[in-house]
Ligand binder design. Sequence first.
Ligand SMILES: *[C@@H]1O[C@H](CO)[C@@H](O)[C@H](O)[C@H]1NC(C)=O
Ligand SMILES: *[C@@H]1O[C@H](CO)[C@@H](O)[C@H](O)[C@H]1NC(C)=O
Ligand SMILES: *[C@@H]1O[C@H](CO)[C@@H](O)[C@H](O)[C@H]1NC(C)=O
Ligand SMILES: *[C@@H]1O[C@H](CO)[C@@H](O)[C@H](O)[C@H]1NC(C)=O
Ligand SMILES: *[C@@H]1O[C@H](CO)[C@@H](O)[C@H](O)[C@H]1NC(C)=O
Ligand SMILES: *[C@@H]1O[C@H](CO)[C@@H](O)[C@H](O)[C@H]1NC(C)=O
Ligand SMILES: *[C@@H]1O[C@H](CO)[C@@H](O)[C@H](O)[C@H]1NC(C)=O
Ligand SMILES: *[C@@H]1O[C@H](CO)[C@@H](O)[C@H](O)[C@H]1NC(C)=O
Ligand SMILES: *[C@@H]1O[C@H](CO)[C@@H](O)[C@H](O)[C@H]1NC(C)=O
Ligand SMILES: *[C@@H]1O[C@H](CO)[C@@H](O)[C@H](O)[C@H]1NC(C)=O
Ligand SMILES: *[C@@H]1O[C@H](CO)[C@@H](O)[C@H](O)[C@H]1NC(C)=O
Ligand SMILES: *[C@@H]1O[C@H](CO)[C@@H](O)[C@H](O)[C@H]1NC(C)=O
Length: 707
Amino acid sequence: MGFLMHAMKFLSLFLIIFFFFKPRLTCSSYPLSSSNVVFCPPDQSLALLRFKNTFSTNHSASSYCDDVSYPKTDYWNESVDCCLWDGVACDGDTGNVIELDLSCSWLQGVIHSNSSLFNLFHLRRLNLAYNDFVQSQVSPDFGRFSSLTHLNLSFSMLSGKLPFDLSHLSRLVSLDLTANEGLEFDTSVFKGLVKNLTQLTQLCLNSVNMSSVPPNLLMNISSSLTTLKLGFTGMLGNFPAGYVFRLPNLQYLELNANHLTGSLPESNWSTSLKTLQLRDCHFTGSLPMSIGNLTQITFIDIPSNNLSGEIPASISNLVQLEHLTLEDNTFQGQIPDAFDNLSKLNHIDLGRNKLTGKLPSSIFNLTQLLYIDFSSNQLEGPFPEYATQLSKLSRLHLSDNMLNGVIPPWLLSLPFLEYLFLRNNFLAGNISEIKTSSLLHIDLSNNNLSGPIPSSIFKLEKLTTLLLSSNSLSGVVEMDTPSKLKSLIMLGLEENLLEGRLPISPKTLAFFFASKNNFTGGVSSSICHLEQLRVLDLSHNSLAGKVPRCLGNFSNNLLELNIRMNSFQGTIPEELGTNLRSFKLNGNQFGGSLPRSLLNCSKLEVLDVGNNKLHDIFRNWLETLPELQVLVLQSNSFHGLVTSGSQANNLFPKLKIFDISRNNFSGPLPTGYFKNFKAMMDVNESKSGKLYIGGDFYNDSLELTIK
Ligand SMILES: *[C@@H]1O[C@H](CO)[C@@H](O)[C@H](O)[C@H]1NC(C)=O
Ligand SMILES: *[C@@H]1O[C@H](CO)[C@@H](O)[C@H](O)[C@H]1NC(C)=O
Ligand SMILES: *[C@@H]1O[C@H](CO)[C@@H](O)[C@H](O)[C@H]1NC(C)=O
Ligand SMILES: *[C@@H]1O[C@H](CO)[C@@H](O)[C@H](O)[C@H]1NC(C)=O
Ligand SMILES: *[C@@H]1O[C@H](CO)[C@@H](O)[C@H](O)[C@H]1NC(C)=O
Ligand SMILES: *[C@@H]1O[C@H](CO)[C@@H](O)[C@H](O)[C@H]1NC(C)=O
Ligand SMILES: *[C@@H]1O[C@H](CO)[C@@H](O)[C@H](O)[C@H]1NC(C)=O
Ligand SMILES: *[C@@H]1O[C@H](CO)[C@@H](O)[C@H](O)[C@H]1NC(C)=O
Ligand SMILES: *[C@@H]1O[C@H](CO)[C@@H](O)[C@H](O)[C@H]1NC(C)=O
Ligand SMILES: *[C@@H]1O[C@H](CO)[C@@H](O)[C@H](O)[C@H]1NC(C)=O
Ligand SMILES: *[C@@H]1O[C@H](CO)[C@@H](O)[C@H](O)[C@H]1NC(C)=O
Ligand SMILES: *[C@@H]1O[C@H](CO)[C@@H](O)[C@H](O)[C@H]1NC(C)=O
């Protein structure tokens, strides 16, 4: 009796809280009546406890849960009426348990078909999402919940074939089986479900295996659907778009990553559509003009299909649109300059199509835009002169087009711009001073830009990547010392007209490309501070003098060193990094001998020291380098016999190019080398005269001096 009194007190307190503060439960899901207070039937309380006891609780069972998760059942108190337990709700008249929400409750264990869960047959809503049922099968007993309107088993590690009995749940309004990758629908089971579940409004089956379900079964799906999610289901074949897109109440449609064919309907799409995700399917045909009727739509995501034709100008009607992604199709014609009314648009991607004409100036007037990608099209003409509204833009991708004119100063002043990709266009003129500090990535390579690099670029503390290659930039590179570029990882300056001393770059630098300019003077030992350096290319400049000892090493991070075609002299650095893959010194004045530390470079693929003044004998330890593909000693003063140091069979196992010509070697080549130049034979058999190894083309100059 004491317990009952206590329970009554607790319950009335609850009722007060309920009526005054109206918690999240709605009246329909918790129909408490104020006239008679009823209690949880003992058999149902027992069933809940038994159910609870079949699981352990383990935080990692709910690790995919978005919300804060906690083990609800751990707080179930047997001294308290079960209708008050967390996640449990009862009918106000009968006391029957009608709702069980144990989503994100850390449950781990199998749901057997003898589970006491199936004794709770008054359940109307059952949510066991985000637990770990350790690949249990979905028991046919789920079909016994004849009152069930909502069943949510998403993200719960269920597997096996779904039972036919699911189609007995004819009152079901919402079924969510998302992300149980081991679950599988048979055709007959899905057919039964379509036939009997006529009240479904939400059907979420992302990642359930439906590879054997023909999409045309959807022809008969409940016409009440508001949500249909069938992404990553492996569905294959002609999609009944003429039916599904016209379901009168449809708001969310997702079919991502299925091999669905057919075209999009010309007209009469559901005007309630809010989200359309058809990413990575195989739809063909055009995007119809009638898309302009979808005035509720906020999200259109149809990249990586085979849509063609023009992008309809009727998009100007889609005033709620926030997201438009149509990249990777074959759209043609001009981008309609019809964005004036899309004031909520924040993400647009039309990249990798065949679009022509000018940049639509109305897009540069949208205050909410964060992301614009029109890259890899055939867009031409200049940027608009002003775009003052574009204040939130963070990413602009316009690479691989035919844009011309200058880079407008407004672009380099956008306060939140982080990524600027303009490579492979015809942009010309000077780069104006950068008036924003947010930039992380700048790629202006392959344009016609000229004049000096503005000094403000070298003050961007967050910049990680600066690529200015293949332009006509000139002058001396004025970097601050110490450098203000605190984050720079990659610097590309190659193929310009830059001159003066090589810029001293920040410590963070890992990739430095400066080839094909006219840098002069020596390389000072301050370059040794670049301890992260992995690739250094200073080839084709007018650099001279001795090289610092660190040059082949850089804390052992160095993978590639290319200083070909300069005027360096002295000896080759003795300390070479053991991770070195490519070492190119061709066309300098190096004297002395090959450093013995090469022997430790077991990853070396290219060793090119041709056209120097090296004076050495043939170092037959080279034959043991297991990855060596290119060995060029040509035009030096090597001398003596070429002898092998071994009788072994696997000498020079991967060598493709062996050029020792124009030296003073004498005698025959070791026959062991001929036997083992297997890789080289492959070259002879191939038809191409050029080989691309280690970032350089090599003509097949297999000039072996044999006497
Ligand atoms: C919790 O679950 C994880 C993942 O399934 C498992 O590796 C771990 O052993 C479990 N911990 C306990 C105490 O059962
Ligand atoms: C369970 O409820 C009883 C009665 O309200 C209470 O005395 C007891 O402290 C509770 N137990 C736990 C573990 O909360
Ligand atoms: C339920 O079935 C499982 C597996 O068949 C068995 O291990 C378990 O003991 C059964 N539980 C009860 C309460 O019968
Ligand atoms: C299923 O439950 C999860 C977790 O509570 C929730 O996020 C999701 O929206 C539910 N699905 C449906 C269709 O309501
Ligand atoms: C449809 O549901 C009823 C009861 O709700 C059931 O008797 C019948 O077998 C179901 N039909 C199918 C095809 O599942
Ligand atoms: C889906 O089910 C089919 C038929 O059982 C099977 O062959 C296929 O491997 C499954 N696909 C995945 C991704 O599990
Ligand atoms: C749809 O239902 C009708 C009537 O029940 C049936 O004749 C037709 O074959 C069904 N179509 C599909 C594709 O299942
Ligand atoms: C589109 O809807 C209109 C008006 O309801 C109707 O007359 C027309 O036949 C429909 N067209 C198609 C192809 O369903
Ligand atoms: C939709 O828009 C098109 C052209 O924009 C129009 O011809 C059509 O009548 C509209 N209505 C429907 C239901 O498609
Ligand atoms: C795209 O469609 C064209 C014809 O419309 C076809 O030739 C081409 O193979 C399709 N490409 C893909 C990737 O489906
Ligand atoms: C940009 O918006 C302003 C007013 O907000 C308007 O006057 C101007 O014409 C618009 N420019 C373009 C190119 O749409
Ligand atoms: C490189 O710079 C030097 C010294 O400034 C100059 O004499 C030479 O002409 C320049 N070479 C080229 C190809 O511009």
